[in-house]
Design a protein around this ligand. Sequence first.
Ligand code: INI
Length: 162
Amino acid sequence: MSGTKTAHIRTIEGKLSAGGLRVAVAAGRFNDIIVERLIGGAIDYLTRHGLERENITLVRVPGAFELPLVCRKLARSGKFDGIVALGAVIRGATPHFDFVAAEATKGLAQVSLDSGVPVGFGLLTTDNVEQAVERAGSKSGNKGADAAAAMLETVRVLEQIV
Ligand code: INI
């Protein structure tokens, strides 16, 4: 946002152009009806912002708990400029909701910090299926697209900090 308070301040901002990047999308199979919509949202966002389809690699993992380990290997491979991690942890569906959600969340943050590769956080953590559906392409937007957008902006910001 520009305004009088930031006038004449050197500002670094990420341009939302994805052309030429290589992006991995890692997605849990658990709650796959929801996660498919997140994948669709992420890929739609990235291709509409110029990313070539051949530069997207989709990686399927069992569930949210496996996302950090697989994303860590993707990040360390040096083959990707950014990663989008997608999954859906739904409280109603499991008594170990809190463990799965917390470990996946902490793990993904750690991967990003340790590797320096931006990881878009597209993990839904909701109380019920209805809330998940709302955030997977209906009335509350699409968390997959949001995660892709955050990853892209972060990649472009980091490029400028040398
Ligand atoms: N994985 C999810 O992605 N979402 C869930 O809601 C979920 N529940 O309900 O348990 C879930 N569990 C599986 C977990 O991520 C691992 O795949 C599993 O425990 C094997 O390690």
